[in-house]
Design a protein around this ligand. Structure first.
Ligand code: F6R
Length: 617
């Protein structure tokens, strides 16, 4: 949800900012802008912004004369919240005197009342954004001649603000200072050699330095070419928390693939091997999850699990519900974080809440986690981004280790989340009722999942041909039962979000309670019909669809020749235990969505209206 990058140092920063914006573009891509305090001349800050992609901004900058460059600057790629997608609403924003220049990710909730107060003081606004209000508030407080320098003005302004923010601010009167701050929205400070690069995430920093400082909520950092100072918005000095970024450049580059989504689908076997690496102890018959070790006793004694997340993470959580009940025999429920946070949930002793999130920044998931932890539950995270807010706010957790996910449509994070939830269920099962031998046998099957995915990926061409056949259909259904009901949900979500084809996922039995009315001659209906406890029931549902003219595409287990009698198209996956089948069955669904988007000429990695990390409610 909006990407921020800022630079202070001794190098011309225009290209650093543009390269950073390209890395962050997955976070929002309505419009983009840059502000640079120009080297030479009058040292003024100049802004260039445009509706469109970072490439459009780059073209505009190339055409700009004189060339905009300098050693202090900030830039932003936007996912609109307040105000339409227009040039004036594009960041960076300045106040009406042009003194303070600001980029912001998040939402200032009380911006209307602040705006009114500032208008009463004669301040003028030219945009519909909350960010312009914050820039004006900082400017109103800014008085460097009387001790109110940029850092102090930012602190004072943020004390007045409610909402979420990650900001970077500069002043036209102070070419040696960059001030950044955060609450609720992500921001890290890369520490280079005589330079700092601030960004929404490490992908925009890693080509310059791997040393970075994380920021807690309400922290403000003043950066100059001579060093940095960290404080709270109340000006209590803090010691910097420095960490190593564990991102490799190859992980955030396309590496010969046409799209990140395709790269990430094909990366799944390798990614999942990394997720499991060192965590499956075949000799002892147990799962080793270092992140949970300190809370192992509490976990074993737990009586109820609540899993929360949004979108794909919720779908993974739904599979987690089956896994925890089936393997660990623990009562488990799964809920949209956005509902859980406002539901006044009843939390008894022994409750564990598991927040599932790729980014670790999703606002609703974070708020639900806080709500339930505040009521006494143990909070665990299943997170991909190391050091993200949710990972820091939980009591314990397990990282996915699938590497950065850049395509907006989540793929390898989904299979990573399901793999981690499987390991967590086994971790508990071993301590509750499963024997070492049983756990080892299960882990051996889990270890084979990446091979099964590799084999499934070999059918890519056939899946493309199949998708082509149905590419003009505007409505699709995805149906499954048991473990593969969430897989069906995930297949529908993938298809709709990147190809804009209407798709619904649901339990196969639910179809008869209404949606069957949609089925007519020509409607593609994807069934996950792998071998398992409810296979026969799924077959009956297939018959029902067939008899109403629907086109059945079945994802089935190798060796199931009978299914050909019923389904027009069959995609086979290798046999595996039912609880592990979603990890493999989802892969053809990811490929169908990918090919549909490409065939319809859609922007696969940056679907309309979406952003990778949803840091607003
Ligand atoms: C869909 C997708 C979203 C996310 C959801 C939660 O492909 O990516 O539905 O899964 O916004 O995001 P995280 O996992 O970052 O909390």
């Amino acid at each position: 949800m909006c990407g921020i990058i800022a630079y202070i140092g001794n190098r011309p920063c225009r290209d650093i900012l543009i390269e950073g914006l390209k890395r962050l573009e997955y976070r929002g891509y309505d419009s983009a802008g840059v502000a640079i305090t120009c080297t030479g001349g009058d040292g003024s800050t100049r802004i260039c912004k445009t509706v469109g992609r970072v490439a459009d901004l780059e073209a505009k900058l190339d055409a700009d004369e004189p060339k905009l460059d300098g050693t202090l600057g900030l830039a932003h790629t936007r996912w609109a919240t307040h105000g339409a997608v227009t040039d004036p609403n594009t960041h960076p924003h300045t106040d009406d005197t042009g003194t303070i220049c600001l980029v912001h990710n998040g939402i200032i909730e009380n911006y209307q009342s602040l705006k009114k107060l500032l208008e009463e003081k004669g301040r003028v606004f030219r945009t519909e954004t909350d960010t312009e209000v914050l820039a004006t508030l900082i400017s109103e407080l800014y008085d460097p001649d009387h001790g109110m320098d940029l850092e102090a003005a930012v602190q004072a302004a943020l004390r007045e603000v409610t909402g979420a923010y990650a900001i970077a601010a500069i002043s036209s009167k102070d070419p040696d200072t960059l001030v950044v701050a955060r609450k609720g929205s992500p921001l890290i400070v890369g520490i280079g050699n005589g330079e700092y690069i601030v960004a929404s995430d490490g992908s925009a920093i890693i080509s310059h330095t791997s040393r970075a400082m994380t920021l807690d909520d309400y922290s403000v950092v003043r950066l100059s070419r001579d060093g940095l100072r960290t404080s709270t918005i109340d000006n209590v000095e803090l010691s910097p928390k420095v960490m190593q970024l564990e991102i490799e450049l190859g992980e955030i580059e396309l590496g010969g693939f046409e799209h990140y989504m395709r790269k990430e689908i094909f990366e799944q076997p390798r990614a999942l091997r990394r997720t499991m690496s060192g965590r499956l102890d075949m000799n002892e018959g147990c799962v080793v999850l270092g992140g949970l070790q300190t809370h192992a006793k509490e976990l074993v004694r737990s009586r109820r699990v609540i899993i929360c997340g949004q979108g794909t993470a919720l779908n993974a959580g739904m599979i987690g519900e089956y896994l925890f009940e089936d393997l660990a025999k623990l009562p488990t429920e799964v809920e949209y974080a956005s509902e859980l946070r406002y539901r006044n949930p009843l939390i008894e002793e022994g409750t564990v809440v598991i927040a599932v999130s790729q980014s670790g920044e999703t606002a609703d998931t974070l708020a639900a986690l806080h709500e339930v932890m505040d009521r006494g539950a143990l909070g665990l995270g299943v997170i991909n981004v190391v050091g993200s807010t949710i990972s820091r706010d939980t009591d314990a957790g397990v990282y996915l280790r699938v590497g950065p996910e850049i395509g907006v449509a989540s793929t390898k994070a989904f299979t990573g989340q399901v793999t981690v939830l499987t390991m967590m269920a086994l971790f508990l099962a071993r301590r509750r009722m499963m024997s070492g031998t049983e756990v080892t046998a299960f882990m051996r099957e889990l270890e084979r999942v990446p091979d099964h995915i590799e084999k499934t990926l070999e059918q890519d061409d056939a899946i493309r041909t199949l998708t082509e056949k149905y590419i003009h259909r505007e409505n699709w259904l995805f149906l499954g039962r048991g473990y593969n009901y969430p897989t069906a949900m995930e297949g529908a979500l993938k298809l709709k979000e990147i190809s804009y084809i209407h798709a619904e996922g649901m339990p196969a039995a639910e179809m008869k309670h209404g949606p069957i009315a949609l089925i007519d001659d020509g409607m593609p209906v994807v069934f996950i019909a792998t071998q398992g406890a409810q296979y026969d029931k799924v077959v009956s549902n297939i018959e029902e669809v067939r008899s109403r003219g629907g086109h059945v595409i079945a994802v089935a287990t190798e060796g199931d020749e009978d299914i050909r009698r019923l389904a027009e198209d069959v995609i086979y996956i290798p046999p595996c235990p039912e609880p592990l089948s979603p990890l493999v069955a989802v892969v053809p669904l990811q490929l169908i969505a990918y090919h549909a988007a490409v065939l319809r000429d859609k922007d696969v990695d940056k679907p309309r209206n979406l952003a990778k990390s949803v840091t607003v409610e």
